[in-house]
Design a protein around this ligand. Structure first.
Ligand code: NAP
Length: 533
């Protein structure tokens, strides 16, 4: 029996230059065409979302001249009805008419929603097939699940019944482990040729690794704010940051795990490092709601290393096969390394991120240092500085936490303003420290969005205003913005400063070294981060 899914050998889809399809919308036929024309200067593969246009039947007559001007262009025409989650309010017959006209105008693929395919009469199916054959156009049948990732085999069976040349199966990731279901499907079921993606922020893994797993191509947006599906990333991000064209079976996958991580600079930092050092690896944001969900991905994908951020730095400790002594003492792990035997070991490079920039500027042995905050970053600072021989004073908004940390680390308790002095007793009155380290989010730009600390507001003051800073050097861990009010105040007092980017790059460079065993290309990594900030 002839293979029903013999993908035409002459087909261009999935070949070099045609693995990233950029989705284009437009409020009118002219605007859609104008945007397509602009995009064709930089890429060859576009999906025209005809359902974004109020009168999509006006688009196909305009496509001939466009394709003449751009002979390398390959177009997918989509006119998804509202029943299937699109924007087209017409009937199945109307959708078929638009798609058939688009095929005859030169679109290489038409995307027919499964809902429409299942509603078509036999004669409609037959005449669509005939028209597509005549035009040399491929039939893609698609299904979108806007809620979950489930019933993949059953959906694939439904899609396959319509004799498609290729299928598109799109789900919604409710957790990171949903990516595994998509990647498994792509790896195990090579027929019919397929595109499979999990939408949503957690689906990023399927978007970046889908083609490597066996997808014919993937979809991307033309730019920020131009997404046609939740979680869609830009074509430039896929190509330049994640280097989708270079990923293959042996490419190692790393990521930053926590919540939120969408705006994390770690992917930029580490992908820059991998590229500069020629390391065959890619680094992804891994928005993790739970350690269980994350761990499934880590074990099965597998993930070769993690940068761990809020709120998982403590919770992850229990999952590790080994935790190094410093991370155990700090009680937090920000770096996971997969060993050759598959074991997952935990480290804390935040410690070096605090101590190394300070050690460059002063002798830490015997230095007197004030640390503000008693959370995870403060713990890394306090234990690291104590380990390096510094005397440490701690002050915190909640004095009891400062007292507990001071007792644990052999540090002193300092007071924060008058209220704290009354409550906890300040013993720093009149002291000028060799350095002060801000390990609170005070001064951070915007709401907690960038670090997940919902209760924090950038306007809360750490110090009673107007007081001169009691230190010879000021180190602020906050790096968004680089110029925090604390740094500005220090500069105004003529004090030397260390800004948060230095810690960020340093802790990341140590992670890079733990993962790769090679020196980190720190200058390139720093340049990339400063460029983004
Ligand atoms: P965390 O565990 O949530 O601890 C936050 C600490 O800050 C707590 O001691 C908290 O006091 C205190 N705090 C919160 N809001 C405050 C405010 N408005 N005024 C005064 N104190 C406040 O957070 P974390 O992980 O330690 O992170 C702290 C900061 O360091 C964040 O801004 C983070 O982005 C930054 N950081 C930077 C780097 C880097 O590479 N540059 C690395 C790690 C962390 P209570 O005990 O009273 O709640």
């Amino acid at each position: 029996m002839a293979n029903l899914y013999q993908f035409p050998t002459s087909a261009w889809a999935g070949t070099a230059g045609y693995t990233v399809c950029v989705a284009v919308t437009g409020a009118s036929p002219a605007l859609l065409l104008e945007r397509a024309e602009g995009l064709l200067a930089g890429q060859s593969f576009l999906e025209l979302r005809l359902d974004s246009v109020p009168d999509p039947q006006l688009v196909p007559p305009l496509l001939g001249p466009l394709l003449q001007r751009h002979p390398q262009a390959r177009l997918i025409a989509t006119c998804r009805r509202t029943e299937a989650g699109g924007g087209f309010a017409g009937s199945v017959a109307d959708e078929l008419a638009v798609l058939t006209a688009a095929a005859q105008a030169g679109c290489g693929i038409i995307d027919l929603a499964l809902e429409s395919a299942e509603a078509m009469r036999l004669d409609q199916h037959r005449s669509l097939r005939e028209a597509l054959r005549g035009a040399g156009t491929l039939l893609l049948v698609s299904h979108h699940d806007y809620r979950k990732t489930r019933d993949l085999d059953y959906t694939l069976l439904r899609l396959s019944r319509h004799q498609p040349d290729l299928v598109k199966l799109v789900t919604t990731a409710t957790g990171l482990s949903d990516n595994l279901a998509i990647l498994r499907l792509l790896a195990e079921r090579r027929q019919p040729p397929m595109v499979a993606i999990a939408m949503g922020e957690a689906g990023i893994v399927s978007r970046v690794l889908g083609v490597r797993a066996g997808a014919l191509f993937t979809f991307a947006s033309s730019g920020e704010g131009e997404q046609t599906a939740p979680g869609q990333v830009t074509a430039a991000t896929l190509r330049e940051l994640y280097r989708i064209g270079e990923l293959h079976a042996a490419t190692r996958v790393y990521g930053v795990a926590g919540q939120p991580v969408a705006h994390s600079l770690s992917p930029l930092l580490h992908n820059t490092g991998f590229r500069a050092s020629g390391v065959d690896a890619v680094f992804l944001p891994l928005p993790a709601h739970s350690v269980d969900d994350l761990w499934q991905l880590v074990r099965e994908l597998p993930i070769y290393g993690l940068s761990v951020t809020m709120p998982l730095k403590q919770a992850i400790l229990a999952r590790l096969d080994r935790v190094d002594a410093l991370a155990a003492k700090v009680g937090a792990c920000n770096t996971v390394v997969r060993q050759a035997n598959g074991e997952l070991h935990g480290y804390n490079t935040d410690v070096a991120g605090v101590t190394a920039p300070l050690a460059k500027r002063l002798d830490l042995k015997g230095a007197r240092i004030l640390v503000r905050g008693a959370g995870g970053a403060a713990r890394a600072a306090v234990f690291g500085l104590r380990e390096a021989g510094a005397e440490v004073w701690i002050e915190n908004r909640t004095p009891a936490k400062a007292a507990a940390l001071a007792a644990e680390a052999g540090a002193h308790l300092a007071g924060l303003g008058e209220a704290c002095s009354r409550e906890a007793g300040s013993n720093r009155a009149g002291m000028i420290f060799d350095a002060m380290v801000n390990a609170t989010p005070s001064g951070m730009q915007g709401p907690a969005a960038l670090s997940g600390m919902q209760e924090h507001s950038s306007t809360d003051a750490v110090l009673p205003s107007g007081e001169p800073l009691p230190a010879k050097l000021v180190f602020d861990m906050v790096y968004r913005p680089l110029e925090t009010p604390l740094i500005a105040q220090a500069r105004a007092q003529g004090l030397p400063v260390i800004t948060g980017d230095e810690m960020f790059v340093h802790q990341g460079a140590r992670q890079f070294e733990l993962w790769t065993g090679q020196p980190a290309p720190e200058d390139e990594m720093r340049r990339a981060v400063l460029g983004a900030l």
